[in-house]
Write a protein that binds this ligand. Structure first.
Ligand code: ATP
Length: 324
């Protein structure tokens, strides 16, 4: 191994140390707002609240038990859509479903319920990261216990995006050492890619996401040129107002409904180095990178979990996650 490898390992070790001496609490901004939804709310209404607040997920609260009841994410809406596909005659009832019915919907369509893990905000950030990789959770609620009442409180939600942003902004002295190109690291997925075209229906793309267990599908033209990326969160405006029959609309139509502040998609090249990917994360709201060649043709995709996995686990002895 050359000097580049040595420096790379030094950078990785530095970032890991940094994650061990910071807590999840450190990642939270000084002041923030948290939208928590009551489990008794109609699913239909929860969609409107998410859209109005410009968010894509929220913790759920069981007010009868006064306890945290899981996280609402785009996966739940995709489950409702699958339910609609399997039981089209139920369309009249779907409107009446409450957030508390989401577990029944999972059971009806036969998906494994996502393990709802939470972490204490004062535990090391490194722990939250390991837990995310282990459970494949993209976001974890930070749950504390109120000293007076002994009740659970959801402080906030920590995401892979927030953690990588925190590293990029606060640990540049180590990320700048990560000079090896994406190609050498094998970072991301390059074979068996799920893709679609502008003319694909939203429903087709949702089925791809379910089948591959992914949250974004590159949209290509006939020459494999990358035109766009359809993300699981794009599903939310599609089913607003219970318009499940409109899921036969094309991806092009659905993407035209994106909100004004949609930041666009991010691409990179296989020769780009990890330090420059951290620069992109520092400067922009990136959730995944599409890897393209010089002609903008699709080569691969790098998700935030790919980056987090590499940063945490590469070269570690007790590497129980990558193999699992
Ligand atoms: P998020 O991107 O929402 O943070 P995630 O990191 O789990 O979540 P996914 O997009 O679900 O990202 O990706 C999971 C794995 O699947 C990653 O290893 C990623 O490289 C791979 N992957 C992502 N998109 C595709 C795709 N369209 N086709 C094939 N594999 C993909």
């Amino acid at each position: 191994s050359g000097p580049l490898d040595k420096e790379q390992m030094q950078g990785l070790r530095g970032v890991r140390e940094f994650l061990k001496v910071r807590t999840s609490y450190d990642v939270l901004p000084l002041s923030f707002r948290l939208v928590v939804l009551d489990n008794d709310l109609l699913i239909k209404k929860s969609l409107n609240i998410l859209i109005q607040n410009g968010i894509v997920s929220a913790p759920l609260w069981d007010s009868r038990k006064s306890s945290f009841a899981g996280l609402l994410t785009s996966t739940d809406f995709i489950n409702v859509i699958q339910y609609y596909c399997q039981f089209p005659d139920e369309i009249g009832n779907i409107d009446q479903f409450r957030l508390s019915s989401l577990r029944d919907i999972e059971r009806a369509i036969g998906v494994e319920p996502l393990e709802t893990v939470s972490v204490h905000p004062m535990r090391p950030l490194y722990e939250a990261c390991r837990r995310m990789l282990k459970t494949r959770a993209r976001r974890i609620p930070l749950v504390d216990v109120d000293g007076e009442t002994g009740r659970e409180m959801v402080v906030s939600v920590i995401t892979q995006y927030r953690i990588l942003k925190f590293i990029a902004v606060n640990n540049e002295q180590h990320t700048m050492l990560l000079k090896k190109p994406v190609r050498d690291l094998g970072l991301g997925t390059y074979t068996n890619l799920a893709t679609a075209t502008m003319g694909s229906s939203v429903l087709d793309v949702i089925h791809l996401m379910v089948k591959y267990n992914i949250s974004a599908v590159p949209i290509l033209d006939q020459d494999n040129t990358v035109l766009n990326l359809f993300e699981a969160v794009d599903v939310i405006p599609c089913i607003k107002g219970g318009a499940y029959d409109e899921l036969s609309a094309t991806v092009a139509e659905a993407m035209s409904r994106r909100s004004e502040d949609f930041g666009g998609i991010y691409t990179c090249n296989e020769d780009d180095r990890l330090d420059s990917i951290f620069d992109t994360i520092r400067k922009s709201r990136v959730h995944r990178l599409v890897v393209v060649d010089d002609d903008n043709r699709l080569k691969g995709i790098i998700s935030l979990s790919d980056i987090l996995k590499y940063v945490l686990l590469y070269g570690e002895e007790d590497d129980d996650i990558r193999s699992g």
